[in-house]
Design a protein around this ligand. Structure first.
Ligand code: APR
Ligand code: PHB
Length: 389
């Protein structure tokens, strides 16, 4: 079998790329290790930058998002019993859209179904071969058979634990990583959000975040130890700790309920360079990971998809490979800026184990500066709504 682009990974990166390429008449096959139900069962952040919202429009997949998503033109920052607002619209003229990532993925799968796109679920033992030649191909197990697909290009959209990044030889690849000494314990509850906007809180007891999916589905997080487990937390213990970390007015009005999902996510910053090796192009979590502070994971995947979509369209339309040749440097230029923002926001909002009094005062001073400085808030807002592609 032959196709133009094999996309390894049927998460948001792979599906968005597949849909954009379809709109340009470029044929793809998506290979997904899990079942569709498993992929759609993942609970992930739901804050979409303007760039991603635009790409979903380009892909023709933004109808439900626009109908059901919540436009947020600011966010709340809480610390030391204070709370102030950073107004995105005032500083950037832009907003973000709160819309569950699971819904983004669902919309993309439904769009791919409508195009008759070839998607293979529950594939195994994927091997990318010949990426450093003009005739790459992908081998995989599917429905009891070993299958080979020859192609022009391979998009590695298979996340941090996929095979694509590992296909780039160690001698070629450079890895950059920072592991944070804490995690996020997250709870999903069928309760009304405590505030119409997100609340990022830095308290003496640690970080907390109040977020939402819709008017009756809330998402809350508290910073926890890396060694912690969701089993260590009853719902009541979680709600009590959350109340201790958010402003009193919010704690007093918090509506609690049974958790319908409870999990712990580690925090890591990671970048792989280059994001291209021959005819293999890495997109999204296959190439980089950010701490969730600021919800940049999916949004950075989207900018990768934008650059790769542009490059492949140029190649198939004109035979010119300049944009493909610039893909890795263009994508990484924005990846590193997003890494910096996620690192900065994580360091500002979390209590490091063994944090010195001096370092705590540095955090409080920077929070006070952010509170008082329109220029500092403008810088944060530009990063939060999304830097230009
Ligand atoms: N073969 C085929 N598919 C694979 C393989 C493999 N060897 N390994 C992983 N996959 C699949 C996973 O099952 C998953 O569905 O690739 C997909 C990768 O999806 P994500 O991990 O979600 O990564 P990505 O699509 O880049 O999404 C980027 O969105 O998922 C959110 O916030 C999350 O930062 C992340 C962002
Ligand atoms: C979420 O709603 O899950 C969320 C929102 C903002 C973040 C991280 C997670 O920064």
């Amino acid at each position: 079998m032959r196709t133009q682009v094999v996309i390894v990974g049927g998460g948001p990166s792979g599906l968005l790329l597949g849909q954009l390429l379809h709109r340009a008449g470029i044929e793809t096959v998506v290979l997904e290790r899990q079942s569709r139900a498993y992929v759609l069962g993942r609970i992930r952040a739901g804050v979409l930058e303007r760039g991603l919202v635009g790409l979903m429009g380009e892909a023709g997949v933004d109808a439900r998002m626009k109908a059901e998503g919540f436009v947020h033109d600011g966010t709340q920052i809480a610390y030391d019993h204070e709370m102030f607002r950073v107004d995105f619209a005032e500083h950037t003229g832009a907003t973000v859209l709160v819309y569950g990532q699971t819904e983004v993925t669902r919309d993309l799968y439904e769009a791919r179904d409508a195009t008759g796109g070839d998607t293979r679920f529950e594939v195994d033992n994927v091997v990318i071969d010949g990426a450093d030649t003009d005739a790459p191909y992908v081998m995989f197990d599917h429905e009891g058979k070993r299958v080979r697909i020859d192609c022009d290009f391979v998009a590695g959209c298979d996340g941090f634990h996929g095979v694509s990044r590992k296909t780039i030889p160690d001698a070629v690849r450079r890895d950059y990583e920072k592991v944070y000494p804490f995690g996020w314990l997250g709870v999903l509850s069928e309760t009304p959000p405590v505030h119409p906007e997100l609340i990022y809180a830095n308290s003496d007891r640690g970080f907390a975040l109040c977020s939402m999916r819709n008017a009756n589905l809330s998402r809350y997080y508290i910073q926890c130890e890396m060694s912690d487990s969701p089993d260590n937390w009853t719902d009541d213990a979680f709600w009590d700790e959350l109340r201790r970390r958010i402003p009193q007015a919010a704690a007093d009005t918090l509506v609690t309920g049974p958790s319908i999902e409870k999990s712990i996510a580690p925090l890591r910053s990671y970048v792989c360079e280059p994001m291209r090796w021959g005819r293999l192009f890495l997109c999204g979590d296959a190439a980089h990971i950010v701490p969730p502070t600021g919800a940049k994971g999916l949004n950075t995947a989207a900018s990768d998809v934008h650059y790769l979509n542009q490059g492949l369209r140029q190649f198939y339309a004109t035979g010119d490979s300049h944009e493909l040749d610039a893909y890795s440097s263009n994508a990484l230029a924005r990846v590193w800026k997003t890494q910096r923002f996620s690192w900065w926001f994580s360091n500002l909002m979390h209590r490091y184990p063994g944090q010195s009094d001096f370092d705590r005062n540095m955090q409080l001073a920077e929070l006070a500066f952010l509170r008082d400085s329109p220029e500092a808030q403008a810088a944060m807002a530009q990063n939060y709504v999304g830097l230009p592609y």
